[in-house]
Design a protein around this ligand. Structure first.
Ligand SMILES: Cc1ncc(COP(=O)(O)O)c(C=O)c1O
Length: 408
């Protein structure tokens, strides 16, 4: 037996993805991390190139992944328990580091309880499997992350029990809530905290006030869920995320340890009962090995840093370099989406120009993400810059200088 016949069919499918412009570019391989020097942040080397690059496409907003405290914590936990858990959580794969991380992250985001997952992606899928019933209706923002869209698909709800509201449009959210069948017992309204391609945020205070008006209409009420993967650690006065920024906390908070915290893994934080339902019903939690103790120990160290004066200094510096970058784009009269988040989109609004600018940046040692048609609608072509706390003002000046020297 071979996969020759399957390979042939897949080659046709892959060729059509490429022809539609939807195929992902080959993956670049990072071969070296060059620590910060004097006024400059870290640089990276890539396979096949002798250049040094600045990463402006990393979600590691607080730049904690190479922090000595995280490495030391991961090392200590590994020496205590080894590198792998040996089994899933309910078959004695639960170590004290898992339990400690669950307690710590719940406390950090202000919820009674939490469960950790291998990623925020699997957390969203696990949540959908745990809280959905045949009489559940899900409503999401149109620009929600792929993991939420996938979670809604696998939630076992009837296919009609779904609605999408226009991005951040409260009237359209009301329209979706009005359209829910009166027989429905449970409505879940889910949205990204920070929209990762745009850097804008969900108006959680407004969303919660809209949902509150419908609470009594359904037996189990309207459950609000934020996936604040890009917000927690990086947004709000003390890094508590979009809830802190908007002053309101939804019923359920999903997040990741793989962005501002610089590690790996995801979580759901909610009431004790919701979390027990997750433990009992979320296949993406139950039937898969958990995070390593090293990941958990490093994530614990990252939260401790975030929760300290050092964390506040990092947030302060991140805000300062982000503002410097945003102001630099403004001075060049380049279009962006306003806001304080370190995701800074440059609206290029032309596919060919986006490709040329991404290549120009790469030739000048800058790694960014370009979004072009058909991945985004024509006219919405964008280059996403992600500012991290490891970037210095000298780095930002260099990046702005490169952008300025491009023939716009
Ligand atoms: C809103 C949102 N949720 C989930 C994820 C996935 O996070 P993880 O890498 O932890 O699965 C992302 C990552 O880009 C995201 O933006």
């Amino acid at each position: 037996m071979t996969t020759d016949k399957l390979d042939k069919s897949l080659q046709v499918e892959l060729a059509s993805l490429a022809a539609e412009g939807r195929a992902k570019a080959p993956e670049r391989v990072i071969t070296e991390y060059i620590p910060p020097k004097k006024d400059f942040g870290p640089r990276y080397r890539l396979e096949g190139s002798s250049k040094e690059y600045i990463r402006l496409n990393s979600n590691s907003y607080l730049s904690l992944s190479a922090h000595p405290a995280l490495i030391k914590a991961a090392d200590k936990a590994t020496r205590q328990f080894g590198v792998g858990p040996g089994a899933v959580r309910f078959i004695d794969g639960t170590f004290c580091y898992h339990a400690a991380l669950e307690k710590r992250i719940a406390e950090f985001v202000g919820k009674p309880c939490a469960k950790i997952f291998n990623s925020a992606y699997t957390a969203n899928c696990g949540l959908a499997l745990s809280i959905s019933s045949a009489k559940t209706h899900w409503i999401g923002d149109q620009l929600n992350h792929n993991s939420i869209i996938r979670a809604m698909r696998i939630s076992n709800i009837p296919s009609g029990n779904k609605g999408f509201f226009k991005h951040n449009d409260m009237d359209d959210l009301k329209r979706c809530l009005d359209a829910v069948d009166p027989d429905i017992e449970r409505v879940v309204v889910i949205f990204d905290g920070i929209f990762s391609m745009r850097g804008d945020f969900a108006p959680i205070d407004e969303i919660l006030s809209v949902c509150k008006a419908y609470e009594d209409k359904f037996k189990d009420g309207v459950i609000t869920v934020v996936d604040d993967s890009h917000g927690i650690g990086a947004y709000g006065a003390t890094g508590r995320g979009t809830s802190e920024y908007t002053g309101e906390r939804p019923d359920v908070i999903v997040g990741t340890f793989g962005k501002a915290f610089g590690v790996n893994g995801g979580f759901i934080a909610a009431s004790e009962t919701v979390i027990e339902a997750v433990r009992q019903k979320a296949d993406t939690y139950i039937y898969t090995n958990p995070l390593s103790v090293a990941d958990c120990a490093a994530a614990l160290a990252a939260i401790d840093i975030c929760d300290s004066d050092q964390g506040l200094d990092l947030l302060d510096h991140l805000g300062s370099v982000t503002t410097a970058f945003r102001n630099g784009l403004k001075r060049m009269a380049l279009e962006s989406i306003e806001g304080p988040h370190p995701v800074v989109p440059l609206m290029v609004r032309d596919t060919d120009k986006t490709h040329r600018l991404v290549n120009f940046l790469y030739e000048n040692g800058l790694l960014v993400v370009g979004l072009t048609f058909p991945v985004v609608p024509k006219g919405d072509e964008t280059i996403r810059f992600q500012i991290n706390a490891c970037h210095t003002h000298a780095d930002i000046d260099y990046v702005l200088g490169v952008i300025k020297s491009f023939n716009h």
